[in-house]
Design a binder for this molecule. Sequence first.
Ligand SMILES: [Zn+2]
Ligand SMILES: [Zn+2]
Length: 342
Amino acid sequence: MKDNAAMGLTVLQLVPGRDIATERSLTSPIQNKIFDYAEVMRNIVYVIADSDSKDCVIVDACWDVDGILSVIRQEGYRVVAALVTHYHFDHVGGAPPPPYDTLPIKVSGLSTLLKRLPHIKAYIHPLDVPYILNANPSIQTSRIIHTCTPTTMSLHLGTRTAIRFIHCPGHTPGSQSMLVNECRLLSGDTLLCGLCGRTDLPGGSKAEMEHTLRHVLGSLDDRIVVMPGHDYGSEWSTIGIERDKGCLGEDLVGYGYGATSAMSIAMMHSHPHTGGAHHLMNSDVKSDTQSVRSSIDTVRSTSTVGSGSGNDRNGSSWSLNMSSTLTTTSSNMSGGKKVCTG
Ligand SMILES: [Zn+2]
Ligand SMILES: [Zn+2]
């Protein structure tokens, strides 16, 4: 398995409350509540950069676009595209889902990013585009590129980095994973660490999720590093780990797998947050968890949040609890079912 530096690749993980969405507003209490909620949701925003050209893409820009762009400026990168794993509000921003869509709340996300950077376009699977336009009517269709068509199967960054879009329906109809240089998988909410995304939200399909896990992601190389859309106990995994102990193994696909076991798996290879955005995977990681840990470097000093144990997931302090559509894991954990989140 290749080394990030050898590939001229940098992958940053930005976590709300740690790297972004940290500034408290004196004038906007609603902004503070949104940032509090972002921290509870534990989304991970990714920046993938080509080290030679300094070109980068942002994956699932949400919660604090200005904070994300600030990190990118500090790193000296130039954003060339926005990538979207799926339509859910916590990955794209915009108006919150019903019944809260009537409230005067807009979360910074794709729409904000496209306004800030008029030269870029968003790469979205066509089946999720209608949901995104519905929640973000200000986004012009001319700013969207439909992925997974014969001419949009992949995106190139500089001369050495290739990002391949893989359609992974189940969590949403147009969920897509992004495979960077055939060895780093940004799996969105389809494959979390030890968990799979829930399938009971609009457009979700348990049957499609099973097919995706068994035959699409399940066919990938064990050595590929998995980088999920949320940190539910771990910020990384590998296809091999997921096949052995997570959602890709033959016996573990679908529901009915004990939540406690799933949780303990997620915890097993978790590591405490050290603060700062992380450069991921600078060494050969095959299944050597220690080498992965030692390859994560802090690139900027910010506040530290959480222990990685998941104890801060027991519900939101925000009274606007979007539990019907954006349930965090705590309630799902107690059901004795395979944990499906996102
Ligand atoms: Zn999510
Ligand atoms: Zn989701």
